[in-house]
Design a protein around this ligand. Structure first.
Ligand SMILES: Nc1ncnc2c1ncn2[C@@H]1O[C@H](COP(=O)(O)OP(=O)(O)OP(=O)(O)O)[C@@H](O)[C@H]1O
Ligand SMILES: [Mg+2]
Length: 304
C-alpha cells in the first residue's frame, strides 16, 4: 500500500494502578492507520480497545510507547499545541445516552466544540449547527431540544455531528453502534461511510465482534487481552483468518442461511478471558487456545 500514513502507534503500553497491583490494559501495541481508510479494531469486552483509543487521543497518558500523528510524536506537543491537534482527532463514544450532557440543548452540545476552538459565534454558530444537523440527517428545527427527546440512533447522530463540528481528519468511533437496535445499526454505519467519502475522513472503528466490521473496514486489527493478535485486510481476514482467536470470533457470527448455519463449525472457546490483573505467562491466549502446546505457556510467540 502506498497510501499516506496518518497515524503511527509503536510499542504503546498502558497500565492502570488497581489497589497495589498494576493492570496492563494495553501491551506493546503497534498500529498504522493510513489516510482515508477505516481500520477496524475488534476484541472482546475488556481487551483494551477503548484504552487504545483514549491513549491515541491523549485523553489518557500512555505508560510507554509513541503515537505519531501526521509524522509528529504527540508527546512533543505542549498543552496549547495539543489543543490544536485535537481539532483534527475526534471521538464518537459507545453510549449515546451517557456521552451527551442531558442539561444541554443540541445546539449547545454541537456548538461547544465550535466555542472551544473559536470557530464560530452568534449567527454563524447557529448556522453551522443547522448545517451539521442536516449533514447527519437530523431536523435543524430540533436544535433547541434536549438529548432525552431523541431516540438512541438520533442521539448517536448528535454525537457524530459534535465530532464533525471541528472538521477533523481522524475520528475514533468507539463502538458507536453497539448500544443501538440492530435495525438502526446499519443506518448509522451507512451514515459514517457517506460522511467519510464526503469529508475525506479516516476512521479507527472499534467493535467487539466481527459482524459489522466487515462492511465498514478496509483493514481489521484483532486484540486479545491487551495484545494485537492479528491484522489483515478485511477480505483476507474473513477469507483466511490465521490466529485461532480470530477464527473463533469469525465462527461466532451467525450466518443468515439456516442450512449453512446448521452445518457450520462453531469454535467455542473454553473458559473465560483471564483477569488482566493476573494474566497467563507465555502467550496471552494460551489458556483458551485449541492449539496450545507446552511452549505456549512459557513463551509468547513473536509477531509475524
Ligand atoms: N481507569 C481505569 N482504571 C483501572 N482499570 C481500567 C481503567 N480503564 C480501563 N481499565 C481496565 O483495562 C482493561 C481494558 O479496558 P477497556 O475499557 O480498554 O476495554 P474495552 O476493550 O474497551 O472493553 P469494552 O468492549 O467493554 O468497551 C479492562 O480490564 C479494564 O477493567
Ligand atoms: Mg470500550
Amino acid at each position: 500500500m502506498n497510501k499516506k500514513l496518518l497515524l503511527k502507534v509503536r510499542g504503546l503500553t498502558k497500565q492502570f494502578k488497581v489497589g497495589k497491583k498494576l493492570l496492563t490494559a494495553v501491551s506493546n501495541f503497534n498500529l498504522n492507520v493510513y489516510h482515508g481508510e477505516t481500520l477496524g479494531l475488534v476484541g472482546e469486552s475488556g481487551c483494551g480497545k477503548s484504552t487504545v483509543g483514549r491513549t491515541i487521543l491523549r485523553l489518557l497518558e500512555p505508560t510507554s510507547g509513541t503515537v505519531a500523528f501526521q509524522g509528529t510524536d504527540l508527546s512533543t506537543y505542549s498543552k496549547h499545541e495539543m489543543k490544536k491537534i485535537r481539532r483534527k482527532m475526534q471521538i464518537v463514544f459507545q453510549d449515546p445516552y451517557a456521552s451527551l450532557n442531558p442539561r444541554m440543548t443540541v445546539e449547545d452540545i454541537i456548538g461547544e466544540p465550535l466555542d472551544i476552538h473559536h470557530l464560530a459565534s452568534g449567527k454563524m454558530r447557529k448556522r453551522r449547527v443547522e448545517e451539521l444537523l442536516q449533514l447527519v440527517g437530523l431536523n435543524p428545527n430540533h436544535m433547541s431540544r434536549f438529548p432525552h427527546e431523541f431516540s438512541g440512533g438520533q442521539r448517536q447522530r448528535i454525537g457524530i455531528a459534535r465530532a464533525l463540528a471541528v472538521e477533523p481528519e481522524f475520528i475514533i468511533c468507539d463502538e458507536p453502534i453497539s448500544a443501538l437496535d440492530v435495525s438502526i445499526q446499519a443506518q448509522v454505519v451507512n451514515l459514517l461511510k457517506e460522511l467519510q467519502q464526503q469529508m475525506n475522513l479516516t476512521y479507527l472503528f472499534i467493535a467487539h465482534d466481527l459482524s459489522m466490521i466487515k462492511y465498514i473496514s478496509d483493514r481489521v486489527a484483532v486484540m486479545y487481552l491487551g495484545h494485537l493478535v492479528e491484522q489483515a485486510t478485511s477480505e483476507e481476514l474473513y477469507r483466511n483468518p490465521l490466529h485461532p482467536y480470530t477464527q473463533a470470533l469469525l465462527s461466532s457470527i451467525p450466518i443468515p442461511d439456516p442450512d449453512i448455519e446448521k452445518r457450520r463449525n462453531r469454535i467455542v472457546l473454553k473458559g473465560e478471558v483471564p483477569n488482566p490483573l493476573n494474566p497467563p505467562s507465555g502467550c496471552s491466549f494460551c489458556t483458551r487456545c485449541p492449539r496450545a502446546q507446552p511452549i505456549c505457556f512459557e513463551k509468547a510467540p513473536e509477531w509475524r
